[in-house]
Design a protein around this ligand. Structure first.
Ligand SMILES: *[C@@H]1O[C@H](CO)[C@@H](O)[C@H](O)[C@H]1NC(C)=O
Ligand SMILES: *[C@@H]1O[C@H](CO)[C@@H](O)[C@H](O)[C@H]1NC(C)=O
Ligand SMILES: *[C@@H]1O[C@H](CO)[C@@H](O)[C@H](O)[C@H]1NC(C)=O
Ligand SMILES: *[C@@H]1O[C@H](CO)[C@@H](O)[C@H](O)[C@H]1NC(C)=O
Ligand SMILES: *[C@@H]1O[C@H](CO)[C@@H](O)[C@H](O)[C@H]1NC(C)=O
Ligand SMILES: *[C@@H]1O[C@H](CO)[C@@H](O)[C@H](O)[C@H]1NC(C)=O
Ligand SMILES: *[C@@H]1O[C@H](CO)[C@@H](O)[C@H](O)[C@H]1NC(C)=O
Ligand SMILES: *[C@@H]1O[C@H](CO)[C@@H](O)[C@H](O)[C@H]1NC(C)=O
Ligand SMILES: *[C@@H]1O[C@H](CO)[C@@H](O)[C@H](O)[C@H]1NC(C)=O
Ligand SMILES: *[C@@H]1O[C@H](CO)[C@@H](O)[C@H](O)[C@H]1NC(C)=O
Ligand SMILES: *[C@@H]1O[C@H](CO)[C@@H](O)[C@H](O)[C@H]1NC(C)=O
Ligand SMILES: *[C@@H]1O[C@H](CO)[C@@H](O)[C@H](O)[C@H]1NC(C)=O
Length: 817
């Protein structure tokens, strides 16, 4: 039935869109309109069935009242006003929907990004997603999301373009992994949920992005011809070709948490997905997101990610951002795929007005739900207009009345929060003979260009040779109002011990010197080496080493200093080839911790905070050990030829290394503490449903945000007991990895998958019981035949430990009789 309807609508689109289609199989999505489907070439996936029409919002999940307000609002709009509501226009914010003064609607302000309100002054720069994930701490994730949300709102932003679950981290090299959380759907899912609840509790709409399959930056957008002519494309963007099971169990998983958390809006991604552009892929938008997951909000395009009018509207896209045509959508004068084209398409009967209404209803429902219509919702800070290089005032086509105080300081006391978070998310990877914490050293040497103050300002630190690095680049960066460097913080701290502190920040000098010549005559008690690794949007990483000859710096220092402590600021994975060097006594991975970086690090170095971060990815022995590298080149010239086949399926990060028994340097979930912990042998599995066993198939319940509510039902509680066996207080992160029964679970299931974690602070000698609540989804695989989540028959193994490769206790249990 769905497929028959799809056939009819696709034919309609073919007739009215006026483009040259191939005349091929109409029972497929936009992809098939522009390229004949050849399943011999494409194989079992790489093409996308049409799922039409786009479902209407119902307000399910508590939005019913807000939905009614949205409907009442839409009832008063002209078709032109409706078109304004779905189409961005240049204005003070990164994305703008114009006001409708006659209805008292003040417009919508959409602002980047996932670690700060970027286009702003007097706002905080929080830690990046990768750092937040490394905390493995639900409370921290919520606090961060909430504090960020307060700053967005106080600056007058209705919508925060945050958080990120795409990229998930399929490839170690992807340029935007740091904006997201972990190379694991479960941890990322929890992080999405907490962040979104934090943002929205603060009154700001969250925008989980980039939906979906945005796993590399290279060729994420089409390559227009040399003259940039709109429509003249040399290559269409890369197509992420993902099979159905992998889609559900990896890439869609954290987005399901996002919908469950009540996310207001979604941002579709730049690249193609199984052949058609993600922002016009009806299978992804209508089928998976609005249908299967019951998403009640709206989908906006990534900036310039809209490549059609009618096809995108029918395919489920609700808002075109930033609204114009051309690369990144900023060619405002060239028109828009939405805007007047949407009006025309409704007026000439191509698009039913009910679809346009649903787009606006979806946009306005979360607005009312979050009380953004309140008189006291802050105005857009006028200062944003001048900071916005994306659509400066000279580009504006519509009127914006900027009122209220300019350059409002919205930072509150968030500096203290960011400092604490930065320390709590730091991962201690190595600590030999108690090198850390420092014990009042009287002589300290600091090395590396990442140690000192930035010398070229505080924004987009890409090419700064000198200066500490706290965020990556692109739309996900932040504008620092101040920055505590490691050098500054350590000097302040060392002053309490009246210590001698010497520093060398020139990496070339350090790498090419005999450092004993530098520090003469005082031999330092500890050598602190600070390294940095940049990554940014629109570019994938070329290597997994640290930048600026950082490895040579470590070797040079460690050659002469038997207490070398290395600290990395990094977007994520670094291979750390010197990790086993006997003189490298400690390693700290701080990632991108935000504006209080130096203080956070000093708190860890001196033991004020006991490290409790854990790796949210795997550090392999060699860069070449990682699978699924980005597709960086093709040898053919066909317009559609950029393809990325996700043939590794479920085997990303630790799932891959475990499945192939590959040795790694530091595994997923690993991290040390200044104290020690033990897990008792006994792992218990308690039923939470009143019956020991459960059905394989979930009860069919009406879809709610997040999907079938039965999938979120807690079925079992796996409990274990953890003890702090060391001498100081500290937090640890017991983790639960589930091994699915073999034989009854389809081939390709990874040996172990994270399905629970909990961060627990314990005093010396203290023991606590920890529980991992397993929902139905946690025990299910996606069955591509029945299109259901099924719990396989047979015995599961519940592995509890301190990392993915440090399993301390297990229990076996068969949930399905
Ligand atoms: C599909 O591709 C295969 C392999 O290139 C080719 O042999 C076959 O003729 C193609 N089929 C059609 C219908 O074009
Ligand atoms: C959406 O609701 C309108 C009535 O408001 C109805 O005409 C239309 O058919 C519905 N669309 C879908 C896809 O159910
Ligand atoms: C680009 O513009 C130049 C100068 O107008 C023209 O000579 C050239 O043919 C154009 N290239 C393409 C691919 O359209
Ligand atoms: C309609 O869309 C086309 C691209 O398909 C664009 O060239 C044109 O300018 C748009 N019209 C308006 C009025 O925006
Ligand atoms: C209706 O309007 C849309 C958008 O401008 C256009 O693409 C389409 O060709 C028009 N169809 C007809 C039948 O006029
Ligand atoms: C801007 O302010 C003027 C004067 O108060 C008012 O007439 C106009 O409607 C306002 N425009 C918008 C977009 O709010
Ligand atoms: C860093 O050291 C190298 C090697 O001694 C030197 O050539 C270079 O000029 C130094 N850079 C700065 C900025 O001092
Ligand atoms: C480095 O300098 C020290 C002190 O001058 C000296 O003892 C040592 O031999 C030098 N090492 C090298 C490799 O030059
Ligand atoms: C470690 O440092 C000491 C100096 O304290 C040095 O003599 C030794 O050679 C270093 N070891 C290595 C493996 O470089
Ligand atoms: C490390 O080097 C220092 C200074 O040269 C020396 O006093 C100390 O004994 C060395 N420690 C070890 C474990 O080699
Ligand atoms: C392109 O062709 C070269 C030479 O045949 C080959 O080595 C390379 O792997 C090919 N690259 C791709 C992306 O297919
Ligand atoms: C699971 O166990 C933990 C630890 O005993 C407990 O705190 C939690 O309430 C339990 N959850 C359920 C649903 O029973």
């Amino acid at each position: 039935m769905a497929s028959k309807l799809a056939l009819v609508l696709s034919t309609l689109l073919l007739a009215v869109n006026g483009q040259a289609y191939d005349g091929g199989d109409r029972d497929e999505d936009a992809f098939s309109w522009v390229q004949p489907l050849n399943t011999t070439i494409l194989g079992p996936y790489g093409h996308s069935p049409a799922v039409l029409p786009s479902p209407n919002a119902t307000g399910a999940g508590g939005w019913e009242e807000a939905l009614q307000k949205a409907k009442d609002f839409v009832a008063q709009l002209t078709v032109e006003e409706k078109a304004d509501m779905i189409t961005g226009t240049p204005g003070p914010c990164v994305g703008n929907i114009v006001a409708i003064p006659r209805l008292g609607f003040k417009g919508l302000c959409l602002q980047d990004g996932p670690l700060a309100i970027r286009v702003a002054d007097y706002a905080s720069v929080f830690m990046a997603g990768v750092s937040a994930a490394a905390s493995w701490d639900r409370d921290l994730l919520y606090e961060r999301g909430y504090a960020m949300g307060r700053e967005f709102r106080a600056k007058g932003a209705h919508v925060a373009l945050s958080p990120v679950a795409g990229p998930l981290g399929r490839s170690a090299y992807s340029g935007r992994n740091w904006e997201g959380f972990a190379a694991d759907p479960y941890l990322t899912g929890v992080a999405m949920e907490e962040t979104i609840m934090g943002h929205q509790d603060a009154g700001v709409q969250a925008t989980p992005k980039h939906f979906i399959g945005n796993e590399q930056e290279t060729m994420r957008n089409p390559l227009y011809d040399v003259n940039g002519t709109v429509g003249a494309v040399t290559f269409e963007a890369i197509s992420s070709n993902i099979d159905d099971r992998t889609m559900h169990e990896l890439y869609l998983w954290p987005f399901a948490n996002a919908v469950k958390a009540g996310a207001a809006s979604f941002m579709c991604s730049y690249q193609r997905l199984n052949g058609s552009y993600a922002c016009e892929n009806s299978k992804a938008q209508n089928g998976l997101l609005k249908g299967e997951l019951g998403f009640q909000g709206y989908i906006m395009s990534d900036w310039g990610g809209t490549h059609s009018g009618v096809a995108s509207i029918e395919g489920g896209l609700d808002m075109n951002m930033p609204g114009g045509l051309g690369s990144y959508g900023v060619n405002w004068k060239a028109g828009s795929y939405f805007g007047a084209n949407a009006t025309a398409a409704v007026n000439n009967g191509t698009v039913p007005e009910s679809r346009l209404d649903d787009m606006v209803i979806r946009i306005m429902t979360p607005y009312y739900f979050l009380g953004q219509d309140a008189e006291d919702f802050p105005s857009v800070d006028p200062s944003t207009a001048n900071l916005n290089t994306f659509s400066p005032p000279s580009s504006w086509l519509r009127e914006f009345n900027l009122t209220g105080e300019s350059s409002r300081d919205v930072r509150e006391d968030h500096g203290g929060l960011i400092r604490r978070h930065g320390a709590e998310a730091t991962v201690l990877l190595k600590n030999v003979d108690g090198a850390l914490p420092l014990k009042h050293p009287k002589s300290i040497a600091i090395f590396g260009n990442d140690a000192g103050d930035d010398t070229e300002g505080y924004y987009n630190q890409q090419n700064f040779e000198f200066g500490t690095l706290t965020a990556g680049g692109g739309s996900g960066t932040g504008r620092l109002t101040y920055l505590i460097s490691p050098s500054e913080a350590i000097k302040a701290r060392a002053a309490q011990d009246k210590a001698l502190v010497q520093q060398w920040l020139n990496n070339t000098l350090i790498a090419t010197s005999n450092v004993t010549d530098l520090w003469i005559p005082v031999v330092p008690e500890v050598c602190l080496v600070f390294l940095k690794t940049w990554a940014e949007e629109a570019k994938d990483r070329e290597h997994l080493s640290v930048d600026w000859h950082g490895d040579d710096v470590v070797y040079s220092v460690a050659k002469s200093c038997n207490n070398t402590v290395v600290v990395t600021h990094s977007s994520g994975i670094n291979t750390l080839p010197w990790a086993d060097h006997p003189n490298v006594t400690a390693i700290l991975a701080v990632h991108y911790p935000g504006q209080e970086s130096g203080n956070s690090i000093a708190d860890i170095l001196y033991g004020d905070v006991n490290p409790s971060g854990r790796l949210p990815y795997t550090i392999a022995l060699n860069g070449s050990d990682y699978n699924a590298p980005p597709t960086t080149a093709i040898n053919t010239t066909g317009v559609y030829d950029w393809q990325s086949w996700f043939d590794e399926k479920l085997e990303i990060d630790y799932r891959y290394f475990d499945a192939h028994d590959i040795k790694v340097r530091y595994e997923f979930g690993f991290g040390l503490s200044y104290t020690t912990f033990e897990l008792a042998n006994a792992v218990e599995v308690e039923s939470c449903t009143g019956s020991e066993t459960v059905s394989s198939r979930p009860e069919a319940q009406p879809v709610m945000p997040g999907g079938n509510p039965a999938l979120w039902e807690v079925l079992y509680n796996v409990t274990a007991s953890v003890t702090n066996t060391g001498g100081v207080a500290g937090a640890t992160v017991p983790q639960l990895y589930v091994t699915f029964p073999s034989g009854t679970t389809p081939a390709g299931t990874p040996p172990k998958q994270l399905r629970g974690f909990t961060k627990k602070t314990l005093q010396p000698g203290e023991t606590a019981e920890v529980g991992f609540e397993l929902m139905r989804r946690d025990l299910s695989y996606w069955d591509v035949v029945s299109q259901e989540w099924l719990i396989p028959e047979g015995e599961f193994v519940f592995n509890v430990g301190f990392s993915s490769r440090d399993i301390r206790a297990t229990a076996k249990f068969a949930p399905v009789a």
